[in-house]
Design a protein around this ligand. Sequence first.
Ligand code: UD1
Ligand code: CA
Length: 464
Amino acid sequence: MSTPAHPTAASSPPLHVIILAAGQGSRMKSRLPKVMHPLAGKPLLHHVIDAARALNAGGVHVVVGHGADAVRQATQADDLQWALQEQQLGTGHAVAQALPQVPDQARVLVLYGDVPLTDITTLEALTSLVNDETLALLTVNLSDPNGYGRIIRNDGEVTAIVEQKDANSQQLLIQEVNSGILAATAGNLKRWLPALSSENAQGEYYLTDIIAMAAGEQMTVAVAQPASPEEVQGINNRAQLAQLERHYQFSEAQRLMAAGVSLADPYRLDVRGDLQVGQDVTVDVGCVFEGTVVLGDDVVIGAHCVVRNSTLGAGTKVEPHSIIDGSQVAGPATIGPFARLRPGTRLAAGGKVGNFVETKNAIIGAGSKISHLSYIGDAELGEQVNVGAGTITCNYDGVNKHKTQIGDGTFIGSNTALVAPVTLGKNTTTGAGSTISKDVADGELAIGRARQRNITNWSRPEKK
Ligand code: UD1
Ligand code: CA
């Protein structure tokens, strides 16, 4: 557990992170625990845990209470330790629940499970200040400090934090507030926390009271500040969640534009995961990127597309309203409009998956085109295959899935049903409207349909 915390601080004691996530979050009006609500597609708590991991913490301790089982289940990981706070008696009480698992010599960083966007550099700056004689506090100046604990200074030195509900009218004017995030050594916390009292306006054991204790012992209370207030913005209701989501998305948009992406509108883009981009990528409005997505140079994404866990090679053009999931596309290729590439699709260079075409578990060779209204599933298409409109691979017999193989240069006539398992050789052709259930050898034409009869002397029924 006590591996050195940070490579640049080999001599300093290990860093342990305690994440407070026991509160109810009643203002969310939700059955889902507050810290499980997603921001950018990821639960709030998981953002905080990832930050702790990025700090190379020697231990990450999550304090849970309300919805503890749900939180634990959705978060299970080998590198986490859990502490249960059965009754939420305050932030000081919450930290005390995790502290027995933390070695005395460790430095402790306290984070909140509902404050998801703190920068790693900010946290590093904060934790670098901590030692046996120094407590480190992350504060922020707000034009509207309402609701926060106020930072009390005396001759410039921080001497205490006063909670909003305990503050007098003079203190309420103070605009420097407590973010809630602080760092101290475990040894000091273990001395201070048992001494907390709940004699205050909320009847809680305030973690913030340790500031006055430290100051009373002539210790230094060092202060760090984040680059922007959003870094310490906590989520209490859905409006704040939506606001912080927009903030996150706008900074993602800025990052992408700085990397050479043209966005039709940086306010109409959503990245829920890791979006990696080449140069001169263009993204139209209303696109959503989920999971790990890689876009090569010159990729163009039309309006209102969803791309999830996929790679699009250089020069690929995606027309509007397409959904690409779990797919690998070599560039350049053409997709959409209204295409749906489901997991296991591999589209080679020069290939096309056109409008109202659904593919799944399909390998589509170079230059092969499925231009309109088709379903291609569990199939392998060679190169330069042309699939006519309305072609269906009948891959499912009601119990098992079967494979369709189509050789290079084949031409599938419109409205062909390919009843798998079935193999078509190279340069085969199927007649439009055929139901193909038998293999076709190289170069053959396969026609599997009722022959047309023209009936003469036939009269339409007449109305009685
Ligand atoms: C706290 C700070 C306040 C600061 C503010 C920043 C205290 C006493 N006050 O106030 O100075 O300005 O955060 O947002 O610390 N939690 C538990 N167990 C508990 C109580 C809280 O796990 O018994 C967790 C909550 O789930 C939440 C966090 O601690 O993630 C903060 O609790 P909250 O009640 O929101 O604290 P505030 O009153 O906002
Ligand atoms: Ca709060």
